[in-house]
Design a binder for this molecule. Structure first.
Ligand SMILES: [Zn+2]
Length: 455
């Protein structure tokens, strides 16, 4: 098709221009003094450049299949959708990559600026949040790169070992807003663990089987809330309560089809604390929450909330179902995190308590952040081999290298290699390929979040 041929040429032109611009920006001599004025951090810059390099190579393999008309269309999946979906993803990834790079260069950032210090803090926190999942072999090591944006988010990128974590701008000043990071890392694990071991998604599916469909729709968010709370501790529960109790009533007692209804969501954190052996603190949180929702919204514990397709369910029933899911997920998938490391995040000395003392939790968290930064441990980063044929993850416990144009995830790489040998690819297979383990369907594709912190 002539149309596709033209598209292919323009696409190559676009990629060449982009690669050239990034090369100039990141390595060329004329920009040396410019980079020196900023907090040019080789680690983040080479990581981002390597991500773009493999984005080009990986997307090219997918787009070649699309432009060679190998994807067969159907009544429900038009052939032209494939190329458009891939180009859209390239755009979304580039938006995030360039934003992350820009925030580490002048005029936005100069060495010693608060924004730079805070990005380094966020990178360290993101890697620390990933650590328990690495220890358990749930996911493979990845280079953490954070950036500020309107709200928090994570990009699911199948073709590079990178955790691109979006942190709200408010975290430049408010350390507590950095608590969005462990929840986002939870999303990262939700999407990447199944690529690594293929067991998490099946396990999560079993935990919600038999429960109402509206709770099944919340699985990813429940998992991320649990993971975030297991990492960051009781302060996460405080922070969540603060956030949820500040939303207008129509969002407070109605879900969005993705996140648990706010009135009940705070109970997830109490359930987590109870499950890890802090029953008194868990009860104190739940009691405080019950009191707050009464004072703020005039809501009683058994008042109805609206979930799914407009079903009205008593709040305490939703709470009970959430508690069931929390216990199953921790008991089966995250049991290795039942004993959080003492003196980390806001776990402090891990003493169970009858009252919630927010100040103590904040002091513990501040101390943890300072100790993490003082440790100055080298974070993993991505680099392209000298011959340009491999992307390597440096500074990680195990050396990971991925051939250019591959993902390093056997199931995805085998799928693409198999489909490259086929003359005609059925819609079910090509849609599986272009979604690449959450690339085109991952979080962040939904409607605006209305300034919610843990999206
Ligand atoms: Zn979320």
């Amino acid at each position: 098709m002539i149309k596709f041929e033209k598209e292919r040429r323009s696409r190559e032109e676009f990629r060449k221009k982009l690669s050239h611009a990034l090369d100039t920006f990141v390595v060329d001599d004329p920009y040396k003094s410019y980079r020196a004025r900023g907090a040019f951090e080789r680690r983040a810059a080479t990581t981002l450049k390597s991500v773009v390099t493999n984005l080009n190579a990986y997307a090219d393999r997918l787009l070649t299949l699309a432009t060679e008309n190998r994807f067969k269309g159907s009544r429900t999946m038009p052939q032209a959708y494939a190329a458009r979906a891939i180009l859209d993803q390239i755009g979304r990834d580039l938006e995030v990559i360039l934003r992350a790079l820009q925030q580490r260069l002048p005029p936005l950032a100069s060495d010693g600026d608060e924004i730079v210090t805070r990005l380094q803090m966020a990178d360290n926190l993101a890697y620390a949040a990933l650590q328990p999942a690495l220890d358990a072999g749930l996911v493979e090591p990845a280079a953490p790169v954070s950036y500020f944006q309107k709200s928090n988010s994570i990009r699911v990128i199948p073709y590079a070992r990178v955790a691109l974590v979006g942190v709200p701008f408010s975290a430049i000043a408010l350390t507590n807003d950095m608590l969005a990071i462990p929840h986002e890392v939870g999303h990262y694990i939700f999407w990447h663990a199944p690529l690594t071991r293929a067991s998490l998604s099946g396990s999560l599916l079993r935990h919600v089987q038999g429960l109402p469909s509206w709770i099944q729709a919340w699985t990813e968010e429940i998992f991320s809330d649990i993971y975030g709370c297991l990492v960051a501790g009781p302060l996460m529960a405080v922070s969540a309560q603060d956030m949820f109790s500040g939303v207008p009533i129509e969002y407070f007692i109605r879900d969005d089809g993705e996140h648990p209804v706010s009135a009940a969501r705070a109970y997830i954190f109490a359930s987590v604390l109870d499950t890890v052996g802090m029953p008194k603190l868990a009860k104190a949180f739940a009691d405080e929450w019950e009191q707050s929702i009464g004072e703020i919204y005039g809501l009683r514990p058994n008042d109805p909330v609206t979930v799914g397709d407009g079903v009205r369910v008593p709040l305490d029933v939703v709470r009970e179902d959430l508690d069931t899911v929390v216990r199953r997920i921790i008991g089966v998938d995250l049991f290795h995190m039942m004993r959080p490391a003492a003196q980390s995040w806001s776990w402090g000395d891990k003493a169970d308590a009858d009252v919630v003392v927010k100040e103590t939790l904040e002091t513990d968290f501040d101390a943890y952040v300072q100790q993490l930064l003082a440790a100055e441990r080298p974070l993993p980063y991505l680099d392209t081999n000298i011959d340009g044929k491999e992307i390597r993850l440096e500074n990680a416990r195990q050396l990971t290298s991925v051939p250019l144009g591959s993902t390093g995830y056997p199931m995805l790489d085998e799928l693409i290699a198999r489909l490259e040998d086929e003359a005609e690819i059925a819609p079910a297979l090509w849609s599986l390929l272009i979604s690449s383990g959450g690339w085109t369907t991952g979080p962040g594709d939904g409607p605006p979040t209305g300034g919610k912190l843990f999206v």
